[in-house]
Structure formats: structure tokens, C-alpha cells
Design a protein around this ligand. Structure first.
Ligand SMILES: *[C@@H]1O[C@H](CO)[C@@H](O)[C@H](O)[C@H]1NC(C)=O
Ligand SMILES: *[C@@H]1O[C@H](CO)[C@@H](O)[C@H](O)[C@H]1NC(C)=O
Length: 204
């Protein structure tokens, strides 16, 4: 009896600690399950949205790292896509400028590349305008701004294609042509995907 009286508070504590641990584990489990299921939902949202773009695989691959930021929000989806495209265009602009500095380019190659850089810079400006408008969508102006973004993105796409067309039918080094083409093709695909996402944006 006496020993029971002594053990009792101890078992009580032991029981409470066990309960707390169990409670903690179950809370943790729920939190993890919620996080992972909403992450799956968010990734699924991106996949569905990307499936309606021109280059679904590129779209999904580029946006997937931003799943938790986009959170199935159409405006954030479009914004992120534009921001990725802008970053790639900046990179393309400096990469092509660096190739232009290489020795051994013919005069024709240099001239075509200079034109291409002008095209890329134009598309950069249009992408920046689009991103800026996307960040300031509001009120009655919203539809008008979205229409502007569509116009700027179409213009950016035209500029990117103009750069690539510049190399067609010219006698220039295949390596240079291929290099530039790969770089500009990448931003043209990202631009096209951003335009597709924004075209669906109004219907969300
Ligand atoms: C997206 O398209 C791919 C290929 O057509 C398909 O396998 C996949 O199930 C689609 N995903 C969604 C979420 O609709
Ligand atoms: C920038 O472009 C180069 C050449 O195409 C590529 O190797 C690199 O991964 C790009 N960087 C980013 C951040 O896109």
C-alpha cells in the first residue's frame, strides 16, 4: 500500500509524458501530412496549368521549384513564369554579348549577332514592362493591363524569333549558330509559355 502511494505520482508523470509525446507525434504527423498533400495539390495545379501551354514540359520543369510560392494562385503563377523568363532573357543577353567578344567571328557573324542583341534587349524591355504590370494589376484597369501584357509578350516573342531568323540562310559557323539558337530558343519557349498562362489567366 505504502509503495503504491509512492509509485502513483511517478506513474502519473510517466503517463503524462507518454501522452504528451504521443500528442506531439500526432500533431507532427498531421502537420507533415497537410504540408505534403498541399504540396502535391500545388504541384498538380502547376501541371494542369502547364498542360495548356505550348511547351508543357519546359513550363512544368521551370515552375516546379516555386510550388510553395505559387500555391495554386493564378496571378503568382503568371508572375513567376514572367520572372523566370526575364531572368533567362538577361542571361541570354549577356551570354550572346560574350560570344560576340570572341575572336575569329566573321564580319557577317558579328553583324547578325549585334542585331540579335538588339532583339534580345527589346524583348527584355517588354518582359520587364509585363512583369511590372503584373505586379500592379488592380481594379477596373485589370483587363486592360492583362491585354497590354499579352501585347508585350507577343512582341517579345516576335523579337526572339527575329533574332533566330537572322541566322537562317546565312553562311556562318554552325557552332555559333547552334549556340545562339539554343539560348534564344530557350527564352522564346519560356516567353510563349508565359503568354499561354496569361491567356488562361482571365478565365480562372
Ligand atoms: C498533363 O499531360 C500529360 C501528358 O499528356 C499527362 O500525362 C498528365 O496526366 C497531364 N496532367 C494533368 C494534371 O492533367
Ligand atoms: C545562363 O546561360 C548559360 C548558357 O546558356 C547557361 O549555361 C546557364 O545555366 C544559364 N544560367 C541561368 C541562371 O539560367
Amino acid at each position: 500500500m505504502a509503495s503504491n502511494n509512492i509509485r502513483s505520482p511517478l506513474s502519473y508523470h510517466f503517463l503524462m509524458i507518454n501522452l504528451l509525446i504521443l500528442l506531439f507525434i500526432s500533431l507532427l504527423h498531421t502537420a507533415l501530412a497537410t504540408t505534403s498533400s498541399s504540396q502535391t495539390d500545388n504541384a498538380n495545379y502547376i501541371e494542369i496549368a502547364c498542360n495548356s501551354t505550348t511547351y508543357p514540359q519546359e513550363c512544368y520543369k521551370s515552375l516546379l521549384p516555386y510550388t510553395s510560392k505559387i500555391k495554386a494562385n493564378p496571378q503568382k503563377l503568371c508572375r513567376t513564369s514572367l520572372s523566370i523568363t526575364l531572368k533567362a532573357a538577361k542571361n541570354a543577353s549577356s551570354t550572346v554579348s560574350n560570344i560576340l567578344k570572341q575572336k575569329g567571328l566573321t564580319r557577317l557573324e558579328a553583324a547578325i549577332m549585334k542585331d540579335c542583341i538588339v532583339n534580345i534587349k527589346d524583348s527584355l524591355a517588354e518582359l520587364m514592362q509585363s512583369l511590372d504590370a503584373m505586379d500592379h494589376l488592380s481594379g477596373l484597369d485589370k483587363e486592360f493591363q492583362i491585354d497590354n501584357i499579352k501585347t508585350w509578350l507577343s512582341a517579345a516573342l516576335t523579337d526572339e524569333n527575329t533574332c533566330m531568323d537572322g541566322f537562317e540562310g546565312e553562311v556562318i559557323s554552325t557552332i555559333v549558330k547552334q549556340k545562339i539558337r539554343n539560348i534564344v530558343l530557350k527564352i522564346a519557349r519560356l516567353t510563349s509559355n508565359s503568354l499561354s498562362l496569361i491567356n488562361s489567366f482571365t478565365y480562372y
